[in-house]
Design a binder for this molecule. Structure first.
Ligand code: VL7
Length: 138
């Protein structure tokens, strides 16, 4: 079993978030706000059931899913898209495929050392985010 993703994680780097948001069709106005946010991930897990929360001072977003089971995702407050998502383990990576209007959309999460990594994909754009474990999270 790969390293656990559970916990509270705070962003320390964010590369090409703007390119990813552009591919999603997010307005320049919202992109400028989003680029300044210090994103936090809170990941909960019980067996194959996961909750991933993305928190910020501006907006929050959460998904809940079971490994290998397709679910309807509405990206409320993000690009407001209706997509069909499936999350699976591919080696040590938790990978999500998001089928909808946007091409090649998805993400991958993995843990390396004490860092949580995230790649966000949309239409050829890749955003790379790295998070460190929150000090108050044991
Ligand atoms: C979720 C945001 C930018 C619109 C608001 C910015 C608010 C805080 O898919 C994601 O995470 C996965 C993997 O951890 C689990 O859902 C990324 C943040 C991407 C896209 C859209 C800008 C408006 C950001 C919620």
């Amino acid at each position: 079993m790969p390293a656990s993703l559970r916990g509270t994680w705070d962003i320390i780097s964010n590369v090409n978030f703007d390119g990813y948001m552009s591919a999603l069709g997010i307005s320049i106005y919202l992109r400028k706000i989003a680029l300044r946010l210090k994103l936090r991930k809170v990941i909960e897990q019980q067996g194959d059931q996961y909750i991933i929360k993305t928190l910020s001072t501006f907006r929050n977003y959460a998904i809940s899913f079971k490994i290998g089971q397709e679910f309807e995702e509405f990206t409320k407050g993000l690009d407001n898209g209706h997509i069909k998502s499936t999350v699976t383990w591919q080696g040590n990576k938790l990978m999500c495929e998001q089928i909808g209007e946007k091409k090649n959309r998805g993400w991958a999460h993995w843990v390396e050392g004490d860092k949580l990594h995230l790649e966000l994909y949309c239409d050829g754009e890749v955003c790379k985010q790295v998070f460190k474990k929150n000090a108050n999270d044991c």
